[in-house]
Design a protein. Structure first.
Length: 157
C-alpha cells in the first residue's frame, strides 16, 4: 500500500517544513508514504480563480490515476474525530487499492475534473488554515491514525 499527499505549491516556512518532515518519517514506519508538491501555476496573477483551478487540476491529473483512491482535503468534506478518522482510514486501507492519494488544492479549491475524480472529500476543520498549515495538520493526523490503528501509545481519548 502506498499513500501520497499531493499539494499545490511548496511549503516555505522552515518550522512547518521541519515538522512535516518529522511526521513524514514517522508515517514511513507504517506505510510507504510520500509527499508531492506540485508547482504553483505560472502567471497566475493574470488569471481568474476558475482558470487557476483548471490549470492546477490539469497538473494533478498527471499524477492521480483512476485506480487510486482519491481523497480531497476540502472544506465541504466530512469531518472526523481523530479516532473516527482512524476507523475510516482502516476501511479505506482494506479496500485493496494499491494507492491512496490525499490531495490539498490551491487557494481557490479544486477544478470540476478533480471533484469528479475524487472518491471522498474530507475536512480537517470548520476553521480556515493556510495551505502550508493544512499539510502539517494532515500529516500529524495521519500519523495519529496509524498509531491508533496499531495500538501504539500516542493518542489519548
Amino acid at each position: 500500500m502506498k499513500v501520497t499527499l499531493f499539494n499545490i505549491g511548496k511549503t516555505d516556512k522552515l518550522f512547518i517544513k521541519e515538522a512535516i518532515s518529522d511526521y513524514h518519517k514517522r508515517i514511513g514506519f507504517f506505510v510507504d508514504f510520500s509527499i508531492v508538491d506540485l508547482p504553483d501555476v505560472k502567471l497566475a496573477k493574470n488569471m481568474n480563480p476558475q482558470q487557476i483551478k483548471q490549470k492546477e487540476g490539469e497538473a494533478l491529473m498527471k499524477f492521480i490515476l483512476k485506480a487510486d483512491i482519491c481523497i480531497l482535503l476540502d472544506e465541504k468534506g466530512v469531518e472526523y474525530t481523530s479516532r473516527g478518522f482512524s476507523e475510516w482510514l482502516t476501511k479505506i486501507l482494506n479496500q485493496g487499492s494499491k494507492h491512496i492519494a490525499f490531495v490539498t488544492g490551491g487557494a481557490f479549491g479544486f477544478s470540476e475534473e478533480i471533484y469528479k475524480l475524487a472518491h471522498y472529500k474530507m475536512s480537517l476543520s470548520k476553521m480556515t488554515f493556510t495551505h502550508q498549515l493544512v499539510r502539517l495538520v494532515f500529516v500529524e493526523q495521519l500519523y495519529r491514525s496509524f498509531t491508533i490503528i496499531k495500538g501504539i501509545p500516542y493518542h489519548n481519548d
